[in-house]
Design a protein around this ligand. Structure first.
Ligand SMILES: CC(=O)N[C@H](C=O)[C@@H](O)[C@H](O)[C@H](O)CO
Ligand SMILES: CC(=O)C(=O)O
Length: 290
């Protein structure tokens, strides 16, 4: 069975501090309503690269407590400061996370040897498994098949969260590494990744749209390709509306409509203006209100 993970959001107060209660409510909604298989904690959607080490640790802790073993958890610990990444990895593993993930070190255009060394440093002395977080459009770091092969040589590196629309590389990875996990991360292209044999998907829009995405995977896997395409088409109407309305703040505004106190995004992400608020309300009414 393929798995669906929501990329957990972080709730912030107006003053850009973390809102613990709001974050817990989004976790609960993902477990109780979305029935996701797991949560990807501390990724892009969590606005994690804009947080302090202590804030990132707090979010891992909240997610660990609130899920209480009911769903899988993956802690994204990557940082351009390798010592921070090591600290976060140890913190998450000590809490009880079975799987960590890390974006490659970014900004400085590191060489592959330096990137490999970073992963070795994170994993050194830790009894855990790691999923590479490949998101070239945001991190600026692209990995080739040969480079994935070198990273996958380490048995602790069990797979990749693949947020990339290079479908040739995805096909090559799947064929070369049948035993590694590949979670796809571009929600609006899920339909194109399913036939390539992904093990599941991790994404921001599943915070609201998990049920439709799960139905799409089930339809595809039962051979009802037409239905899978129809579901992706509705999802894409929704996702593109969200993106047009400013993705992360809009997901939070729609959560609020659903009675989940998701709060705000952190500056410099936008706080909602009246146009964004009415746009989000319209998206809610179009896709969620029966
Ligand atoms: C940068 C980012 O948020 N990527 C997510 C996963 O990796 C996706 O879930 C996208 O948000 C989503 O596909 C909308 O483009
Ligand atoms: C998976 C994704 O959306 C994230 O890193 O948050």
């Amino acid at each position: 069975m393929r798995k669906l993970y929501a990329a957990l959001m972080t709730s912030f107060n107006k003053d850009n501090t973390i809102n613990e209660q709001g974050t817990r409510e989004m976790i609960r909604y993902n477990i109780d309503h979305n029935e996701v298989d797991g949560l990807y904690v501390g990724g892009s959607t969590g606005e994690s690269f804009m947080q302090s080490t202590e804030e990132r640790e707090l979010v891992y802790k909240i997610a660990y407590e609130e899920t209480a073993g009911k769903v899988d958890l993956i802690a994204q610990v990557g940082s351009v400061d390798v010592m921070e990444a090591k600290k976060l990895a140890k913190y998450a593993v000590d809490l009880g996370y079975k799987t960590i993930s890390a974006v490659p070190p970014f900004y400085y255009h590191f060489s592959f040897e330096q990137i490999k060394n970073y992963y070795d440093m994170i994993l050194e002395g830790l009894n855990t498994q790691l999923i590479i977080y490949s998101i070239p459009a945001l991190s600026g770091v692209s990995l080739s098949l040969d480079q994935f092969t070198k990273l996958f040589d380490n048995p602790k590196i069990i797979g990749v969260k693949y947020t990339n629309n290079d479908f040739l590389l995805l096909q090559r990875l799947r064929a070369a590494f049948p035993d590694k996990v590949i979670y796809f991360g571009t929600d609006e292209m899920l339909i194109s990744a399913l036939p390539l044999g992904i093990d599941g998907a991790i994404g921001s829009t599943f915070n609201l749209n998990a049920k439709r995405a799960k139905a799409e995977m089930a339809a595809f896997d039962s051979g009802d390709i037409k239905k899978a395409f129809e579901l992706q088409n509705v999802s894409n109407d929704f996702i593109l509306d969200l993106i047009d309305n400013d993705l992360y703040p809009s997901i939070k505004l729609i959560f609020e409509e659903l009675g989940v106190h998701a709060g705000y995004s952190k500056a410099p992400m936008s706080k909602p203006n009246p146009a964004m608020a009415s746009g989000a309300k319209k998206i809610y009414e179009t896709y969620f209100k029966n």
